[in-house]
Write a protein that binds this ligand. Sequence first.
Ligand SMILES: C[S@@+](CC[C@H](N)C(=O)[O-])C[C@H]1O[C@@H](n2cnc3c(N)ncnc32)[C@H](O)[C@@H]1O
Length: 242
Amino acid sequence: MPAGLAPSYDADFLRVWRKDPSFLSDPAFVHAYARGMDSGHAIGRPPGSSNDIHIEWRIHVLTWAAWHASRLPGDFVECGVNTGIFSLAVCDYIDFNATGKTFYLFDTYRGIPVEQVSEGEERQGRLIENSAVYFECFERARANFAPFPQARLVRGRVPDTFSEVEVEAVCFLSIDMNIVEPEIAAITHFWPRLVPGAPVVLDDYGWGGYGEQKAAMDDFAARQGAKVLLLPTGQGLMLKPG
Ligand SMILES: C[S@@+](CC[C@H](N)C(=O)[O-])C[C@H]1O[C@@H](n2cnc3c(N)ncnc32)[C@H](O)[C@@H]1O
């Protein structure tokens, strides 16, 4: 690295030089990012502040995926929503109300079901994170998504809640539940419903301490004849082969 060269992005454990993160000054992106980040999540920020965990590049990936998905047939799905940082940013960025689609938002809205946490995940601190970061947030999420009447919050444990709604075709799938059991149940359930070319964004895929997820997703993808792209953000990206 040439001495004195400043990183062009340095946040969320991602430091890069001589790359052009021009999305950071795109007004549509800035507005969408604030919409998500001000959603009241424990890792978010008070409205009006810019003091947050700076996950812009991850949101950039999601808004890009959503923009593409909005041009495909089918509905949007997120499993692991909490107050809606990702999904609110997506709805704002693509003007979700104009898409005519439904956004199915699956979460307990009160944290990870402890009985689904494996011993390995417990050793990696998932239960500590569960009590530190996730709180009862259903009413907050409901208020956050009220401006998007086609956002449908489905409350309860994944995969138990999948039978409560009939989702036929999916063009966008975001999975962020931090543990293997419901994440593999989610990709298994929605994979046959994904339309060709649909993006799947796996938030936890490439992070240190989430090796069980990576191994399980790689194994799932191989069995489907698909491959996960590891992004430097830690996310995994998969496209449904067509
Ligand atoms: C990392 S947070 C999701 C953050 C969210 N993507 C955002 O943009 O703010 C993980 C979420 O997964 C949810 N979750 C974990 N396991 C679940 C399960 N089996 N069923 C439903 N929700 C679950 C938790 O309640 C928590 O809200």
